[in-house]
Design a protein. Structure first.
Lengths: 361, 225
């Protein structure tokens, strides 16, 4: 099992750089250090650790800097600790706070201290830039996470809606079948059943002539039932032109004259897709009616093995009003995108709405 | 019962700890010193303080090992209160031990040891540093036995090279520059300063021990659940 590599964060590098600076300072103080210098060395470490453990403002570090800077004016060997404070302020982007330390170092400059100071300033600002970029990226990631969360919720909502629509469609269809069977077939079968029972009773009584007569009637009833069954099956079976017919009716019943053309086979489109196509076209035509005054509306419907594409174009775009995507279009886009479809808008000389719905997963 | 008293009771419930507090300082009093120096037992007592601190602070480590710290973290008791009460409790027990040593020194050494109040303050500061050191050390480990095993080795070496087990004047002067980084060095340094009447150096030893205590406390008080 592979273990994920631990992330190197700016704060880790910060402590490594602090460690390096303390180590360099140690090499310098070991040969000469007395108890006072060693005390200041430890004091510097405490200052850094306090800021690590407690959320103190950066400005409070000025107190320590001024203290050690002040001592350094009288005991120059202590200037060696000041680059650490400069580094701290650079990491926190407080250049003005470095002034006391810089003044104290300039008062007794040594090559070693100046080199450490230069390193502290450069590494401190690099670390600051890294941290800032990291924070910005983290913020972006958070925004994206929020957006994904919102989209997931929308998707769930739309899928629930779709499931409800499909369920409703199924129930409606079942009810229609039940009505057809009851109205057409049920009557004839019940009559045939009663006639056969009567015929059986007559046969028991030895009244064969009447029984035969009733059997003939029952035969006629069953023949009629078969005819009704065939008719019912014809009604239940999907009509080849049904889906397209519904859309054609929608288009031709529109207020403005529409030039409609279609290509491809629309008989085996899933119910959900058909419903979405119908509702989307309805919404698009309503929008034209509400927001445009077209002379010509062109609707082109095309089905390929993989997709259904609808292009609705009108020339009645009102150029005085700014382009605005309303709730209807926004909701339509969400529903289309929920099934991996797309909705695009082109407005140049005409307003063109292109809806693409995928037929395959 | 408040946490402070609870910490003391938790410690003195162990018979070993009572022996440690009362009896252990007695044998070191019989160790003689250099003619121009203080009785060497006073310096060696630093080693007893280090190990006593480690053993006394055992409940804090065990709280972490047994997961009690999780329950404490979920309770209204803050980490600051928990740690300060426990450390103060252990420091009080160390103060009793130091008092026994100084009373014993009065009986055995008489006027050869002077300024017992100053010595008491130095030992107490050293005790604070040792308690903080053990706290910081134990943060690194989850098992008390491993922690103690490694610490006993490290503490012995520290005491050997920092003038606690061996008198400072026996150590080469070139080594002093390096061993001053060991926190244990500052006890014999302070004792020397006191015997030589160097009050500023004695105060410096106090100050450095306190700063060390702060450093170890800052590291050791980081809550590790």
């Amino acid at each position: 099992m592979s273990r994920s590599r631990p992330d190197v964060l700016p704060r880790h590098v910060y402590w490594v750089l602090i460690g390096i600076q303390l180590l360099l300072t140690t090499t310098k103080i070991i040969p000469t250090a007395g108890a006072s210098t060693f005390f200041l060395f430890l004091y510097t470490i405490v200052s850094l650790l306090v800021r690590w453990r407690l959320p103190l403002p950066v400005s409070t570090m000025m107190i320590d800097t001024v203290l050690i800077g002040g001592i350094s004016l009288f005991y120059p060997e202590n200037t060696i600790f000041l680059p650490i404070f400069v580094f701290y302020f650079c990491v926190h982007n407080r250049p003005i706070f470095t002034l006391p330390a810089l003044i104290a170092i300039c008062n007794h400059p040594t090559l070693f201290t100046c080199l450490i100071l230069l390193g502290a300033i450069i590494s401190g600002y690099l670390l600051y830039i890294w941290e800032r970029q990291r924070t910005e990226l983290q913020d972006e990631v958070n925004v994206l996470h929020q957006r994904i969360h919102g989209m997931t919720q929308n998707e769930e909502h739309l899928l629930r809606d779709q499931y409800n629509v499909e369920r409703l469609s199924r129930l409606t269809e079942r009810q229609r079948i039940a009505e057809i069977l009851h109205d057409n077939l049920g009557h004839e079968l019940t009559a045939a059943h009663v006639t056969l029972k009567a015929s059986g009773a007559l046969l028991d009584q030895g009244n064969n002539d009447n029984a035969r007569l009733l059997l003939q009637k029952a035969q006629q009833r069953l023949g009629a039932a078969l005819g009704q069954l065939r008719k019912a099956v014809q009604q239940i079976e999907p009509n080849d032109d049904f889906d397209l017919k519904r859309i054609t009716i929608l288009v031709h019943s529109f207020t403005f004259p529409v030039q409609f053309n279609s290509s491809g086979n629309f008989t085996d489109i899933p119910v959900a897709i058909h419903q979405l196509l119908y509702v989307s076209m309805q919404e698009a035509l309503t929008n034209i009616m509400k927001h445009a005054t077209p002379n010509a509306v062109v609707v082109h419907l095309e089905r390929t093995p993989a997709i259904i594409r609808v292009i609705l174009e009108n020339d009645g775009l009102d150029r005085t009003q700014p382009m605005h995507v309303g709730n209807g279009l926004r909701y339509m886009r969400k529903r289309i995108e929920a099934i991996n479809g797309s909705l695009s808008i082109q407005h140049d000389k005409t307003f063109r709405l292109i809806i693409t719905l995928p037929l395959k997963e | 019962m408040n946490l402070y008293l609870f910490a003391i009771k938790e410690d003195i419930r162990q018979p070993l700890n009572i022996i440690l507090i009362i009896l252990l300082p007695i044998p070191v009093l019989f160790i003689p010193g250099h003619p121009n120096s203080y009785p060497f037992g006073l310096s060696l007592y630093g080693m007893i303080i280090i190990f006593s601190s480690f053993l006394l602070s055992r409940p804090v480590v065990e709280d972490r090992m047994k997961g009690i710290i999780l329950r404490i973290a979920a309770s209204p008791i803050s980490t600051l209160r928990y740690l300060s009460s426990h450390l103060l409790g252990y420091l009080s027990l160390l103060a009793i031990q130091i008092s026994i040593l100084l009373l014993g020194s009065l009986v055995i050494h008489g006027d050869a040891v002077t300024g017992r109040l100053a010595l008491f303050s130095l030992y107490l500061t050293f005790g604070m540093m040792c308690l903080s050191l053990t706290l910081a050390w134990n943060v690194l480990f989850k098992s008390y036995n491993i922690s103690f095993g490694l610490f006993s080795g490290l503490a012995s070496i520290m005491c050997l090279f920092s003038g606690v087990s061996l008198p400072l004047f026996l150590l080469p002067s070139s080594l002093i520059r390096y061993i001053m980084f060991l926190p244990t060095y500052w006890l014999p340094y302070g004792l020397d300063a006191w015997i030589n009447g160097n009050t500023p150096a004695f105060i410096q030893a106090h100050a450095i021990l306190l700063v060390y205590a702060c450093i170890f406390l800052l590291i050791g008080s980081k809550r590790r659940l």
